[in-house]
Structures are given as C-alpha cells and as structure tokens.
Design a binder for this molecule. Structure first.
Ligand code: NOJ
Length: 535
C-alpha cells in the first residue's frame, strides 16, 4: 500500500551522486550512472530518491557549494541527463527529490564574483553579508565556521564576508528581496523540470541576527553542531540552545512563501523536507506547521547509542513532537554527514535497528549503501577531500568515510563502481558486500531491506501509531528488549548479547539475524536482532 499523500510514510533513498555509479570512467558517479541503476533502486522497494547536489560547483564542499543552482555540473552530465533521470524515475514509479542550498552560494557564483569587484555598500555586496573590520582589523564577530577556522574572510578592500561553512561558501543575505526572488526562480526551474520535492539544506540558517555580537564559546557551539565530532551529550545539549545564528523566526516567513509556491503546482503533491537542526527540539515542529514545509529531518538516531532506554526515549519524543502539529516523524540512521551506522554501532546492530525503525510511523530515509550494510570507507589522509579535514588541518577527519563509492560487482575494488580510478578508494575487504553477491544471498542485508520494505508496504503503512509492549518503562523483563505493536504487527528488538525468550503467538514475518526458535508459544529472539510478527 502507498501512503497518502505519497511522502507521508515514504521510504526515501538518498543518493550521493558522486559515489553512486560512474557511467563514463572518470572515477566519479554521474547522473546517467544513477539513471542506469534506477531499476535496482526500484527493486529495493523505496518510494523516492533524494539526490544530493549535482549543480555547477567547484566542489569545495561536495557540491554544497553551488555556483549555478539552475544547471548541472559537467562532472555529473547536463540538463538533458537530469530530465532523463527524472523521466525514468517517474516511469518506474519513483518520486524525485532534489537538494537545494539556499543558505549560501559558492564563491564562484556570478553574484559573488560581482560582489568582489563592487564597492562596499553596493547592491552587489548587499546580496551577501559584507561588513567592515573592527577597528583593530579583526572580523566583525568571533563566530567559528562549522568547518573550523573563522566564519569571516577578508577581501581586498578590508571588508569581511560571512560564511558559516567554508570560506568558498558565502552566506546569502535573505533580508534582500532579490535573494528571495532569485531563489523562487530556482525552485520553479526544478519543479518545471518535473521534480517532486526538495531537501532544504541548512533550512534553519537563512536568516541571521546578532551578526555583530560575540559568543562566549564559539568553538564549543561549532563542535556541538557537528555530528562527526563526538561530545558528551550533556555538554552538547547545553551548548546547542545558545547558537545565535540558527533558527531565527524570519526563516518561517520564507517557508510560508515557498509553501504557496509549491501548492500552486496543483495536483503534484510537491513536498519539502527541512534540514533544520534546532534546539530545543520543540522548535523543529514550527517547520512543519500546515502552511510551511512537509517534513523536518530527525537527527536523533544518527548518533544514538544502541541502548534500549535511549532509543525508547527518542522514538517517543519524536512521535509526540510531530504529533503536536499533526505531522509524522522522519527517521534516518545514516547520511552523507555522519559516520555510517554499520561502523558506528556495528553491522549486526545496524540490521536490527534498521528493521526496528522501518516499522515506525513516518518517513524513513535510507542512505545509499546502508542497504548493503556498508561501513565507512578506509580513507588514507592523502585522499581526503572534505573541507572539514582541510580547514581543521587534519585535526578532524571529516565526512569522506561516509561518502565512499558503492560496491556493485566483481571480486576486487572498485567493484564495478568505475572503470577508472575512484575518487575515494574502496577496499578489497568489501568483496562480500557487493550488490551482485548480496542479491543472491537470501540472508544478506540487501535482501533484508528488500523484504522489510515490501512487508512495510503490505502491513504497516497507514497503520497509525505504536503501542509499546515491552520497554524499559513498560514491564520489560530485561532493559534490553524493546517491543511494540503497530496495526497487526508486533516488533521485538533484542539489544542484548543473549537470546530473549518472549511469549508470542502469530506468524513470524521477518528477522534481522540468526535463527528464531519458536516452541509452544514461546519465541527465542536471537541476540542483537529484531523480529516482526503478524497477528
Ligand atoms: C549540510 C549538508 O548536508 C552538508 O553536507 C554541507 O556541508 C552543509 N550543509 C553546508 O551546505
């Protein structure tokens, strides 16, 4: 069954174009490569794809530094390739979501090039945040870029411009109506090309306030905002509400206008999902009010430990939060910015958790390679390309490990990803992880996902919310069992290293690991595994 509207309980497959499939042997994935693999994606059982940026870009930040938001970078193909991709996806029944990056442009965008040549106070500079230096020559405030180093870079005439990310990503000034109207042209451009929705990068960052005020712990907030920097959760959650440059009320005005634009494409069910990491979490619900966006990413599972009390809390909080505005939560275990879940909590744990999460109400985002149980790549420092690694001078390794190319077939790296030299190395250790091998192994992670997605569509979509059966607070025999019921399916996740015996009647639909021993109404759930039972 499909949910209605299509995005409400969809499973959305995130493709990082550079790492998916290379069709021309240059070592980088491209749009025709994606198109050629859409059958594979369809067979997985997802409803939609989300494409990370493929626009014209000097690629200083993996394409999130956009030099022309209305064109395709030649490394990925051209606009005809984009049209073809959308058309083939639609013919297979897949929706297409593209990334938009409205917080900043690349410094190679024509506007920024014009701003550099223009005078202080000019209309060209007013599209960005240019300010004079302090009297002692220092930048206007002490903010630290999320990629390390100062948030300000000085230009030839002494003015500084703001960049919350890399110095090659100047922040746009959304107080300037020209910025807003140009972005509407971009949204319409992709909608007219046929896309079904947008993932909005740094959706909470567009409007800036307190631009000339220092923060007492600029490094702390910058680290707290980064999922790849490990930090005591207590310290992180104390710092996050003090971030002065995100989640200003003005952003909501922007999304109200965007919503009108989306709705003007009648009968298309256009959706948008906000990348908005805001604190306290209740603030995230503002992004999905009925006249704003449709979904907001939930990042809580991206760094969650594999612990029952923690997961129990996250699931409850996420469902309750969104319920307060009549929305459903989203779930993601991996993305291109955080360590892959199989590396972070372990391969078997990642299978168990994926099967658990796929049963929950709301939308699930699956990062390409997650369905293969792919761990982070083993990247030598000399191959690292993430600006985080470069700007912190190696102190932080950055996100390249998560962005490694997919292993498709064959016995040795690069496993069919490219006929050339892959932009990031794959390891020969992944011989058993290829799509080719896993497709024919009934016990593979790939087949676990395929079966789970089919069962999810058959039994769980539109089944309403969950009822806990066993949990740390609901009479669980051990604190390592989470069990819930949704519709006619019960879901049990055993997080411990020993089998968990429970009394269940019903038909076993799927299990994430091992052999489920079932006798006289008693079921032994293997260690670190999840099962679904149909009643
Ligand atoms: C969030 C994106 O997911 C990340 O990859 C990017 O570096 C920053 N936004 C800046 O655009």
């Amino acid at each position: 069954m499909k949910s209605s509207p299509w995005w409400k309980q969809a499973t959305i497959y995130q493709i990082y174009p550079r790492s998916f499939f290379d069709s021309n042997g240059d070592g980088e994935g491209d749009l025709p490569g994606i198109t050629s693999k859409l059958e594979y994606v369809k067979e997985l059982g997802v409803d939609a794809i989300w494409l990370s940026p493929f626009y014209t870009s000097p690629n200083k930040d993996g394409g999130y530094d956009v030099a022309d938001p209305r064109d395709v970078d030649p490394r990925f193909g051209n606009l005809d390739d984009a049209k073809k991709l959308i058309q083939v996806a639609h013919s297979l029944g897949l929706k297409v979501i593209v990334d938009v990056v409205p917080n900043h442009f690349s410094d190679q965008h024509i506007w920024f090039q014009q701003a550099l040549k223009a005078e202080r106070g000019s209309a060209e500079r007013a599209r960005f945040h240019f300010y004079d230096a302090n009297e002692d020559g220092t930048p206007p405030n002490n903010w630290i870029s999320l990629f390390g180093g100062p948030s300000w870079t000085q230009v030839a005439d002494g003015q500084y411009y703001l960049h919350l990310f890399d110095s090659s990503q100047p922040d746009l000034n959304w107080e300037n109506p020209e910025v807003a109207s140009d972005y509407e042209v971009t949204l319409r451009f992709w909608l007219d090309l046929g896309v079904d929705g947008f993932r909005i990068d740094v959706a909470h960052g567009l409007v800036k306030e307190n631009l000339l005020t220092n923060h007492p712990d600029p490094q702390g907030i910058s680290d707290a905002l980064r999922l790849d920097v490990s930090m005591d959760p207590e310290i992180r959650y104390a710092l996050l509400p003090t971030v002065p440059y995100f989640d200003r009320q003005g952003v909501h005005e922007i999304y109200r206008k965007w919503r009108k634009l989306f709705d003007s494409y009648k009968d298309r069910d256009i959706m948008a999902v906000a990348e908005a990491w805001v604190h306290p979490p209740i603030n995230s619900t503002r992004y999905v009010r009925s006249d704003e966006l449709h979904q907001v990413f939930n990042f809580d599972l991206l760094d969650a430990p594999f612990k029952s009390d923690f997961l129990f809390e996250v699931v409850n909080r996420s469902i309750e939060l969104m319920d307060s505005v009549g929305a459903l939560p989203t779930w993601a275990l991996s993305n291109h910015d955080s360590p892959r879940v199989a590396s972070r909590i372990g391969e078997v744990q990642a299978r168990a958790l994926a099967l658990f999460v796929l049963a929950l109400p709301g939308s699930c985002y699956v990062f390409a390679g997650q369905e293969l149980g792919l761990p982070d790549g083993e990247i030598p420092d000399s191959s690292r390309q993430d600006p985080i690694y470069i700007r912190t001078k190696g102190a932080q390794k950055g996100r390249d490990g998560a962005r490694v190319p997919l292993p498709w077939n064959g016995e040795t790296a690069p496993f069919g990803f490219t006929t050339g030299k892959p932009w990031l190395p794959l390891t020969d250790k992944w011989k058993e992880l290829t799509v080719e091998k896993q497709s024919v192994d009934p016990k593979s992670t790939l087949n676990l996902f395929r079966t789970a997605l089919k069962l999810r569509a058959d039994h769980l979509i539109d089944q309403g919310s969950i009822t806990w059966l066993e949990s740390p607070e609901h009479g669980s025999k051990s604190d390592s069992l989470l069990a819930l019921r949704r519709g006619n399916v019960s879901i049990y996740m055993n997080l411990s290293d020993s089998a968990a015996e429970v009394e269940i009647t019903g038909k076993l639909l799927i299990m994430s690991a091992g052999i489920v021993d079932s006798r006289d109404g008693k079921v032994k759930i293997p260690p670190v595994s999840t099962i679904w039972v149909h009643h």
